[in-house]
Ligand binder design. Structure first.
Ligand code: GRG
Length: 291
C-alpha cells in the first residue's frame, strides 16, 4: 500500500518537473538536472507533503509546487553530497552519480540550478497562493536549505568525521542535515492551510523528529542494507569515521532509540485519527524500509 502510494506520488511529481523543465528555455544543464531529480528516488518527502495535506483537507493540486521544489532541493543536496570534495560516492539511486555521468563541473552547476529552480517553482504563477503566504514559504525554504539548515548540517557532518562527538551533537547535526527539509515539508503545508503559529511550531518539530528518524534508518541501512535495494554504496560510515549514533552506541541501542522515537512521533498524531492514517503509514515505513 505505502509502496503503491510512493510510486504514484513520485510519478506525479516527476511529470510536473518534466513539464516544467520542458517549458523553459533549453540549456545543456537540463540533462544532468533531469538525471539528478527525475526518475529516481522514493520521493518520500513529496508523499509526506501530500499526507499532511490530507490531514488538513488540502488537495494534491494545491501542493504539487511545494513537492517539486522540495525534490529539487533534496536532489541538489544529493548531487553535491556525492562529489569527491564531499562524500565522494559514485553510485546513487541504482545508477552512476551525476558527476560520474556528466563530470564534476556539470554536476556542480546542475545541483546549483536545481537549488535555484526550487525557488522559481514556488514563486511561479502556477502556484496559486496569496503573496504573503508565498513569501513565508520562500523564506522558510531558504532558511531550511542554507547554513541554518541542510548545508550547515552537512558542514557539521564533514567536520565531525573521525572526531568523538556526543549524542546531542550527533542528533543536532542530523536534525539540521536531514531533519530541516522534513520540517519544511510540514511547515509549508501549514502555511498553505493557514494554520496558527502554535500549530506551525508543533508540526515543524514533528517534521524534524521524522527527519532524524529517517537519517537513523539511513545509517542502519548503511550497516545491514543491500546495495542493490538501497541503490547506493553501503558500509561507508565506519570507514569514513562518520559521527553516527551507531558508531557511538552500537547498532542495537541505536535501533532501540529509533523505535522509541517512532513511538513518540506516532503518539503525537493519534489525536488526528483517520485523517492521519496515510501519514502514520508513511512514518511506519521509515524504519522498516529496505530502500
Ligand atoms: C554544496 C552548498 C552545498 C551544500 C551541500 C550536500 C548537502 C549540502 C547536504 C547533504 C545532506 C544530505 C545528503 C543528507 C542526507 C539525507 C538522506 C538520508 C538522503 C537520502 O534520502 P532518500 O533516501 O533518497 O530519500 P532518495 O534517493 O530516495 O531520494
Amino acid at each position: 500500500m505505502i509502496k503503491h502510494r510512493l510510486t504514484k506520488n513520485a510519478a506525479t511529481v516527476d511529470k510536473f518537473l518534466n513539464r516544467y523543465l520542458d517549458k523553459q528555455d533549453k540549456s545543456l544543464l537540463v540533462y544532468p538536472m533531469k538525471y539528478g531529480v527525475i526518475s529516481g528516488g522514493k520521493k518520500i518527502r513529496s508523499t509526506i507533503i501530500f499526507d499532511v495535506g490530507k490531514l488538513f483537507g488540502l488537495s494534491k493540486n494545491k501542493l504539487i509546487n511545494i513537492c517539486a521544489a522540495v525534490e529539487c532541493i533534496h536532489s541538489y543536496s544529493l548531487i553535491h553530497d556525492d562529489l569527491p570534495c564531499m562524500d565522494n560516492d559514485s553510485f546513487r539511486r541504482g545508477k552512476p552519480s551525476t558527476h560520474k555521468k556528466f563530470g564534476e563541473a556539470s554536476a556542480v552547476l546542475a545541483g546549483s540550478s536545481l537549488l535555484t529552480l526550487a525557488f522559481e517553482i514556488i514563486a511561479d504563477k502556477s502556484f496559486n497562493l496569496k503573496p504573503n503566504l508565498k513569501n513565508e514559504i520562500i523564506r522558510t525554504l531558504a532558511y531550511t536549505s542554507g547554513h541554518t539548515g541542510i548545508a550547515g548540517g552537512q558542514e557539521l557532518d564533514l567536520k565531525f568525521e573521525r572526531k568523538k562527538k556526543n549524542f546531542n551533537q550527533i542528533t543536532f547535526m542530523q536534525k539540521k542535515k536531514t531533519g530541516k527539509l522534513f520540517s519544511f515539508c510540514f511547515l509549508a503545508v501549514c502555511v498553505v492551510a493557514n494554520k496558527s503559529y502554535n500549530k506551525k511550531i508543533f508540526f515543524s518539530r514533528l517534521g524534524e523528529e521524522i527527519g532524524l528518524l529517517f537519517q537513523i534508518a539511513d545509517d542502519l541501512l548503511d550497516i545491514k542494507g543491500s546495495k542493490k535495494l538501497v541503490g547506493k554504496s553501503i558500509k561507508k560510515d565506519k570507514k569514513k569515521g562518520k559521527s553516527t549514533l551507531i558508531n557511538l552506541i552500537g547498532y542495537d541501542k541505536t535501533l532501540k532509540y529509533a523505535l522509541n522515537l517512532e513511538k513518540k512521533i506516532l503518539l503525537k498524531l493519534k489525536k488526528h485519527g483517520k485523517k492521519a492514517e496515510d501519514l502514520t503509514n508513511t512514518i511506519k515505513f521509515i524504519l522498516g524500509r529496505k530502500f
